[in-house]
Ligand binder design. Sequence first.
Ligand SMILES: Cc1cc2nc3c(=O)[nH]c(=O)nc-3n(C[C@H](O)[C@H](O)[C@H](O)COP(=O)(O)OP(=O)(O)OC[C@H]3O[C@@H](n4cnc5c(N)ncnc54)[C@H](O)[C@@H]3O)c2cc1C
Length: 396
Amino acid sequence: MTYDYCVIGGGIVGLATAMQLLKERPGSSLALIEKEQELAVHQTGHNSGVIHAGVYYAPGSLKSTLCKKGAQATKEFCEANGIRFETCGKVLVATNAVELERLGALEQRARQNGLEVERLDAATLREREPNIVGKGGLFVPSTGIVDYRQVCHGMAQAIKAAGGEIWLGQTVKEIRESSRDVHVSSEGNSWTASKLVVCAGLQSDRIARLAGLEINHQIVPFRGEYFRLPPSKNRIVNHLIYPVPDPDLPFLGIHLTRMADGGVTVGPNAVLGFAREGYKKFSVDVRDVATYASFPGFWKTIRDNLSSGLTEMKNSLFKSAYLEQCRRYCPSLTLEDLQPCEAGIRAQAVMRDGTLVHDFLFQQTPRMLHVCNAPSPAATSAIPIGEMIAEKLLNA
Ligand SMILES: Cc1cc2nc3c(=O)[nH]c(=O)nc-3n(C[C@H](O)[C@H](O)[C@H](O)COP(=O)(O)OP(=O)(O)OC[C@H]3O[C@@H](n4cnc5c(N)ncnc54)[C@H](O)[C@@H]3O)c2cc1C
């Protein structure tokens, strides 16, 4: 089977890229290949469902620009395709003097990023969120919520309507690039394309190596564990409630998230995973662990983040420790309120020198483009990321 373009990965980045390629080159042939029987079952289908506004990112950075553009584009895509979303806003809550100071810096950053924000004193915070306590807050009205699985189904429909093919249940096992084309095979099928894009999330480093790329990073899985509040607590917050993040840590901290289905989740934490695609607690995949344990950068990361890593591990093992994190700003929560909810797993790229990659990472050859790291808020930013990838690929 011969195509103009082939895309590996049916998460939101692969789908947005395929959609954009067909928009840029109408009438061209495209095959999107996904190993699971359904789309969006890994990172995209296990996230917090937040349409981020772009508060945290350095002004002018790629992350900041793509997030702001992506939030707008996601909302427009949902409107055009009848997908429910809500612009419910979020409040960052400072619980002590250090966090108040950090909140001031975040307010400045948000304004530099062109966002409308409102500073709340303790009394106003209490008025807006009667179940939340803090020394102050920052209200970001443009943050929204959506079910990204539904967004992906909308994208799949657009791809099919533009003549693209979606192949499910096809695990890519072989990739060969020649001067004329790229050859991709699964167990039972093969595809030849003029250009290939790989958006394989948690497996992206393996696929890059499979394709013969020399890479300097390794994917390390970081679990994001959630709890769900009982339906009686669905109205406990009016907005999304976030702690003020520690600038030394790459994740945003456990937050209270109103979900598109009406429920409220608490989470996610960020704890080292022992399986890339094992969502159950204590899932272990020996091959996954052996792969990162034999990578020198992994041990450097562990040494550099030992204290926070151990705290996260403790919070993961002991529900009471997890609860304490949330009770700092939502004191009425009890252990019984924390009901089981499936975890998500982040594909975190770690460099050989132990640096955690916080930004997008791409690697390109004459006929292939590999997305090697697509961290949060890549679900929010997926549409402009797809535009950027299509441009890189078509102009190569
Ligand atoms: C816990 C958590 C919370 C998050 N919260 C948010 C949020 O609220 N807002 C936000 O904007 N972002 C959030 N993110 C980030 C966002 O979800 C991810 O950055 C984004 O989903 C990445 O999409 P992707 O398409 O790159 O990867 P994925 O969704 O993981 O898709 C990769 C796909 O490639 C397929 N694949 C892999 N190997 C092969 C192979 N050999 N052959 C064929 N197919 C293959 C996989 O099966 C998978 O479907 C969160 C992430 C996590 C984990």
